[in-house]
Structure formats: structure tokens, C-alpha cells
Design a protein around this ligand. Structure first.
Ligand SMILES: C[S@@+](CC[C@H](N)C(=O)[O-])C[C@H]1O[C@@H](n2cnc3c(N)ncnc32)[C@H](O)[C@@H]1O
Length: 325
């Protein structure tokens, strides 16, 4: 099925590294896999690494041991990055005995010491998640965007969004009365909330991948394809190589292939690679369901039963809902 003018079925997909393939999805350790990739060949490395929080796919170790293993990989990733290339490292928190360690704070000096330059610390905000009882519930993670040099790819026009006030005009000076915005839309900013609300409030919101999300698989920590698509569109050009060293169920591969980029991914779990391969096949068949980039997040009208405040909560001691009566 042709999508974006490309015949997906003609793509070369392989489960072992081949630098001429369009898609490589290999079951291996990320460091061993990275050794096979030629120096200076990858335009974008984007990943969500294990957070060392004891998920089914990782063994929790001390934060020092965890960061040492990450440094080893990161140095190998920098070797394969093109001079114009970018690394996006998407992380949340590591938690030890209820104490929170924001991982981006630990990762920043690792990349900086390796000579990379931070271009954005993107806040990825989502509306749902666990409800904490001893601290405020976490509702965002971050994505650190580093470049290898000052000459880097950034296609702002590919990711512009509608402006809140398209009819805004200059109110003084030579351009007084002329439209001050851009008909292609505005810069989406470093706070990624809700596209629908963007129109009204300037935020983007990509729902994190929970059980009712159309992209959900067996993987406990997928990120949404849409999150990666924005980076692929902004930081790469067609036919560039995108690489994910912790590819899970291939969300990065799907985002890259959808936009005519080559994609390499590695994961040490056979199960995730198998699911990832199946997802890639369904993408090539044209049957994969992903949340379309920019699709509005569902907003309740207030009339749904689930949004109605139960009477016992209205009557409860200290109720937060009394004011709504
Ligand atoms: C946070 S998940 C990534 C999920 C992915 N972004 C997705 O959307 O499916 C981290 C992944 O790293 C993999 N992993 C952990 N250590 C690894 C290693 N040393 N080499 C390769 N993969 C590894 C795990 O199996 C897990 O799937």
C-alpha cells in the first residue's frame, strides 16, 4: 500500500545488521549492536533507556553502576553519529526508598562532558498516571535533545502548529497593521502537551501509552509513536538513518519508516523484537494502528456519567466538590 508516496512492501527489512537495509530490528545487546554501525552514519539516535526501576526487562543496580553502563553506550553512540546529527534521550525518574532522582539531571553532564550541546530539554506532559500519596503525582517526563555540532538539522517548518491568534498584527513600527505570525504556524515550543489545546492554550499533549491506547502491546513502557515522529520530522531528512539502541516494540522504527527514513533498532528481549517485527509488518501492510500525529486528545464534554461527581463525594467531610454545587 503506498503511504507518503512510498511502496512500503519494497522495503528491505532484516533481523541482522546490514547497513544497506531499510529496517534492521535485531535481538542483541545495544553495545554489541552499535559496534557494527559505521562511524558518522546515523542522523538521529532517539531512545527511552531502561530507568533502572526494576521493570521486567532490567535488573535494578546502584545508580552509579547504572550510569557507568550508560556512559559506555553513550560514548559508542557518539562515534556513529553524523556531524549534523542529534541524540534524544527520553527519561523520567529513578526512585530509591521513596527518594526521587530525576534522570535527566544525571544524564546532562554525561553528554556535555562528551562534547555534545543541549538544544532543548523538552517536557513531555501527560494527563494520566499513578496517583502518589507521599509526593505530588508525576505527570511529565523529559526528552534531552543534544547535537554533535553547531551545524545541525532542524526542520522547524515540518513541525509547526496552528497559532493561537493567527490574526495578530504588528501594532507599531514599519509593519504596523501587518500580520505578525507565520501562515505555516508557530514553533511548537519545548512543552509538549495537547495539540488540540494548542489551538487554544499553546500546549501539546501526547497521551502516554496505557492499556486503552491503540498502540498498546505487551511492553510495559512503550512511548507513543507520535512523540518520536516530531523528532524525526524536525531533526532528520528523508532517507537519513534513525537508530534506537533500546527499541522495545519498535515504536521508533515505525515513526521513522512512516516518514521515509531508514531505521535501525536493537533490544535484548526476543519477545519485544518479535512484537516489533509484527508491528513493522502491519505498518508495511497498511494495517498498523497508530495515533495520528496531531490527533486531538479526547476531551470529555462534562455530560458523560464518568465525569459526574457522586453524591457521597459532594456530601463527604472536606469535599473538594462542594463549590461545584
Ligand atoms: C523503556 S524500554 C523502551 C521501549 C521503547 N521505547 C518502545 O516504545 O517500545 C527499554 C528497553 O530496553 C531494553 N534493554 C534493556 N537493556 C538492554 C541492553 N543492554 N541491550 C538492549 N536492550 C536492552 C529492554 O528490553 C526494554 O525493551
Amino acid at each position: 500500500m503506498p503511504i507518503n508516496g512510498l511502496l512500503y512492501k519494497d522495503l528491505v527489512v532484516t533481523d541482522h545488521f546490514n547497513e544497506d537495509a531499510d529496517v534492521v530490528l535485531e535481538c542483541n545487546d545495544s553495545i554489541a549492536f552499535t559496534r557494527q554501525i559505521p562511524s558518522g552514519s546515523v542522523q538521529l539516535i532517539i531512545t527511552s533507556p531502561p530507568y533502572n526501576i526494576g521493570k521486567s526487562y532490567e535488573t535494578k543496580v546502584s545508580i552509579k553502576e547504572y550510569l557507568d553502563s550508560q556512559i559506555e553506550l553513550i560514548n559508542k553512540l557518539i562515534r556513529i553519529l553524523k556531524p549534523s546529527g542529534s541524540i534524544c534521550w527520553q527519561v523520567g525518574n529513578y526512585v530509591e526508598k521513596s527518594e526521587v532522582y530525576p534522570l535527566d539531571i544525571y544524564f546532562y553532564p554525561i553528554f556535555k562532558d562528551a562534547g555534545l550541546k543541549l538544544r532543548n530539554r523538552i517536557i513531555w506532559h501527560f494527563g494520566h498516571g499513578l496517583h502518589a500519596s507521599k509526593r505530588f503525582s508525576g505527570r511529565y517526563e523529559t526528552l534531552l535533545w543534544f547535537t554533535k555540532s553547531d551545524e545541525y538539522v532542524f526542520n522547524l517548518d515540518s513541525v509547526r502548529i496552528p497559532s493561537k491568534y493567527p490574526n495578530k498584527r504588528h501594532f507599531k513600527g514599519d509593519k504596523k497593521g501587518e500580520l505578525s505570525g507565520n501562515p505555516m504556524g508557530k514553533n511548537p515550543s519545548d512543552f509538549w502537551g495537547r495539540i488540540y489545546d494548542d489551538f487554544y492554550s499553546g500546549l501539546w499533549d501526547i497521551p502516554n501509552v496505557k492499556s486503552n491506547h491503540i498502540e498498546k502491546t505487551e511492553h510495559p513502557c512503550q512511548y507513543p509513536v507520535e512523540l518520536v515522529e516530531r523528532c524525526v520530522l524536525a531533526m532528520t531528512n528523508e532517507n537519513d538513518i534513525v537508530f534506537d539502541p533500546y527499541v522495545g516494540v519498535a515504536s521508533t522504527i515505525i515513526a521513522a519508516v512512516k516518514h521515509n527514513r531508514k531505521a535501525f533498532g536493537v533490544d535484548r528481549s526476543e519477545e519485544y523484537i518479535k512484537i516489533g517485527m509484527e508491528r513493522v509488518q502491519t505498518l508495511l501492510d497498511g494495517t498498523l494502528q497508530t495515533r495520528p500525529i496531531g490527533k486531538p486528545v479526547y476531551t470529555p464534554t462534562g455530560k458523560e456519567k464518568i465525569t459526574q461527581v457522586p453524591l457521597e463525594w459532594i456530601q463527604a467531610e472536606g469535599s473538594a466538590y462542594k463549590l461545584k454545587l
